[in-house]
Write a new protein. Structure first.
Length: 324
C-alpha cells in the first residue's frame, strides 16, 4: 500500500510517498480501507518537530481517517466488514489502509460523506470542547473566534450559535473568509490583519470585552486577544499556527479575574464519558442540518506536501482532505 512518510523534520518537501506492507489486525482491531484523511495544523507541527508531544522518526502523519472496514481481528464484536466508520488515531492516517482498535471506531450514517465525516473527530470535537468544556460558554455570552473560516473555526461559529451565544465575533485574514463565517452564523466580522483589530472587538462589546475567546494563531495575536477579554473572561489556546510563541505576564489576569486555558484533544479522548457523548451530540447536529461540515478541497494522497503548503499559507476555507 502507499503511505506518506517523513524521515526528517522540515518543510512540506520532507513528506514522501512510499510503499509499505499492508497492516494486519491485532486482537480487537479492524483494518479499514481509507477513503478520506483529514489534514490539520497538528500534522504540520508534527512534520516540523514542533508538536506538543515528541514525534519519533520515521513517522506517518494523520490523525483523522474515514473509510470502510475490510478485515476484522479476533474479539471484535460491534463492527463488521463493509461498515462505514470514522476514527481519531494517534498517527498513521496518511495511508491507503490503517489498523484501528475497535474502541476508537465510530459508525457513520450512509448519507454522511466520508470527506465530511473526517471533520468531526478532531476539529468537531475540538470546537465542541473548546467552547463548552474548557471555555464554559453559557447562553447569552459573547465569543471571539479567530481563523473563523478554518476547520475548527467554521464548526465553532456554528456551535456557538447552537449553544446560544449572544455575539459571535469572527476574525479572519480576508473579506472572502469573513463572508463565509457570516454565512455560518457569525454576527460580527473583524479582519485581524488590520491594525487596531482588538479595539474593534472591544467596541463591538461596548468596551466590556468578550466572555470566551478561541486562540490558535499565537504571537502578538495572543497578546491582543487577552486585551479583548471581559471580566471573568476565558481565553482558550489550542495552537500556534503562526509558529510564534507569545511572551505573557500572567499577573495581568488578576485584575479582572480572567483565565487563559490550554486545550489538547488527546486529554479529552482519555475520558470516554466526555468524547463519546459529545460526538453523538455532534452527529445529531449534522443529521438535523444545524451543523454543516465544510470541505475546502479534496486532494490525492500524493499531493500531501502541496496541501500542507495551502494550509500553512492560510488561503483555505474549511476542511482540507486527502483521498487515497
Amino acid at each position: 500500500m502507499k503511505v506518506i512518510k517523513l524521515e526528517e523534520y522540515g518543510g512540506p518537501e520532507v513528506l514522501k510517498l512510499e510503499e509499505m506492507d499492508m497492516p494486519k489486525p491485532a486482537e480487537r482491531e479492524v483494518i479499514i480501507e481509507v477513503k478520506a484523511i483529514g489534514v490539520n495544523y497538528a500534522d504540520t507541527a508534527r512534520r516540523e518537530g514542533q508538536y506538543v508531544i515528541p514525534t519519533p522518526l520515521p513517522f506517518i502523519p494523520g490523525a483523522e481517517v474515514a473509510g470502510i472496514i475490510t478485515e476484522i481481528g479476533n474479539g471484535v464484536k460491534s463492527f463488521q466488514v463493509g461498515m462505514r466508520v470514522v476514527s481519531l488515531i494517534e498517527s498513521g492516517g496518511y495511508a491507503e489502509f490503517v489498523a484501528i482498535p475497535e474502541s476508537a471506531l465510530i459508525a457513520i450514517p450512509d448519507d454522511v460523506d466520508f470527506s465530511k465525516a473526517v471533520a468531526l473527530p478532531l476539529q468537531g470535537l475540538s470546537a465542541y470542547h473548546i467552547l463548552k468544556t474548557m471555555g464554559r460558554l453559557e447562553k447569552g455570552e459573547s465569543v471571539l473566534i479567530h481563523a473563523a473560516a478554518g476547520g475548527v473555526g467554521s464548526i465553532a461559529v456554528q456551535l456557538a450559535k447552537i449553544f446560544g451565544a449572544s455575539k459571535i465575533i469572527a476574525t479572519a485574514s480576508s473579506d472572502e473568509k469573513l463572508k463565509h463565517a457570516q454565512k455560518l452564523g457569525a454576527t460580527h466580522l473583524v479582519n485581524y490583519t488590520e491594525d487596531g483589530w482588538e479595539e474593534k472587538v472591544k467596541a463591538l462589546t461596548d468596551g466590556k470585552g468578550v466572555d470566551v475567546a478561541l486562540e490558535m494563531v499565537g504571537g502578538e495575536v495572543f497578546n491582543k486577544t487577552v486585551k479583548c477579554l471581559a471580566p471573568f473572561g476565558r481565553l482558550v489556546i489550542f495552537g500556534a499556527a503562526s509558529g510564534e510563541q507569545a511572551s505573557f505576564n500572567p499577573g495581568l489576569l488578576m485584575r479582572k479575574n480572567q483565565s487563559v486555558i490550554g486545550f489538547f484533544l488527546p486529554q479529552i479522548m482519555r475520558k470516554p464519558e466526555l468524547f463519546q457523548r459529545s460526538l453523538v451530540e455532534l452527529l445529531g447536529y449534522v443529521n438535523s442540518g444545524e451543523l454543516e461540515l465544510i470541505v475546502g478541497g479534496n486532494y490525492p494522497l500524493a499531493e500531501a506536501a502541496e496541501v500542507h503548503q495551502l494550509l500553512q499559507g492560510r488561503k483555505t476555507i474549511g476542511k482540507l482532505v486527502l483521498n487515497p
